[in-house]
Design a protein around this ligand. Structure first.
Ligand code: HEC
Length: 213
């Protein structure tokens, strides 16, 4: 099951890009709680992942909201674009969910090749780590927001924000530790300009079919 869901080859290529681009990175920023490693992550079916996620998400969302970032306060009221939490090799090997705001909802996963998401689109990805004892650990909230043209052409005008589980901001391309979002940009560039730097959700978890390319 795992190999059909996670682009392992793609992920390792991308990590090479990231490490090459960001020699200053001492550790995996998706595990900023450094000492905590997940040596033995659980492999869960979608029903169990959903069940465990549902137990923690309210509490997690409250912590993210402490950041003061509007997306962190409101994302739970947005449309969730995946059917159940899925394991993301590139986002710290955690179970993640992608929520899209009203501006993004019609286009996320439906763009034709070369089209861009509308300005004001926001995608927020929350995350939990689960070990084999089914202990649940809150992960970070990763946010992409489409800014007006000219904001950052290299990043196709996406603003990236990483909010830690305690609600502090690890990096924000419009604020705190802006250069700390370089690894987000470097990896998302790998999705290609034609895809507007979006990787989208693995097929089994998508609510809408992938557009023909
Ligand atoms: C090593 C590669 C990699 C890095 C680094 C990375 N991402 Fe991603 N990101 C992905 C992949 C692959 C997906 C889609 C599949 C998934 O969720 O695993 C994704 C999906 C997303 C999505 C959902 C939108 C989409 O592309 O469909 C958001 C939001 C996001 N990432 C934010 C961030 C932020 C913020 C950072 C930096 C803090 C970041 N990402 C760093 C690879 C990466």
């Amino acid at each position: 099951m795992r190999s059909s869901l996670i682009p392992i080859g793609l992920a390792s290529v991308m990590w090479t890009v990231v490490i090459g681009a960001g020699a200053a990175l001492a550790a995996d920023p998706f595990r900023p709680d450094g000492h905590f490693q997940m040596p033995d992550p659980a492999v869960l079916d979608p029903g169990m992942a959903e069940h465990l996620y549902a137990r923690r998400v309210d509490e997690m969302a409250k912590s993210y909201a402490l950041s003061g970032v509007p997306a962190a306060r409101f994302y739970r009221s947005w449309r969730r674009a995946n059917r159940a939490p899925y394991r993301s090799a590139t986002h710290g090997d955690r179970y993640v969910n992608n929520y899209v705001n009203g501006t993004a909802a019609a286009d996320y996963g439906r763009l034709a090749e070369g089209e861009s998401m509308p300005v004001g689109s926001i995608i927020a990805k929350d995350a939990i780590a689960i070990d084999r004892q089914l202990r649940i650990f809150a992960g970070p909230l990763s946010v992409m927001e489409k800014m007006p043209e000219g904001y950052d052409p290299e990043a196709r005008d996406w603003r990236y924000v990483l909010i830690l589980p305690d609600g502090s901001i690890f990096a924000d391309s419009s604020g705190t530790n802006a250069e700390g979002t370089g690894f987000c940009v470097a990896c998302h560039q790998g999705a290609g300009d034609a895809a507007d730097h979006l990787f989208l959700i693995p097929d089994p978890y998508r609510r809408t079919p992938r557009p023909q390319r």
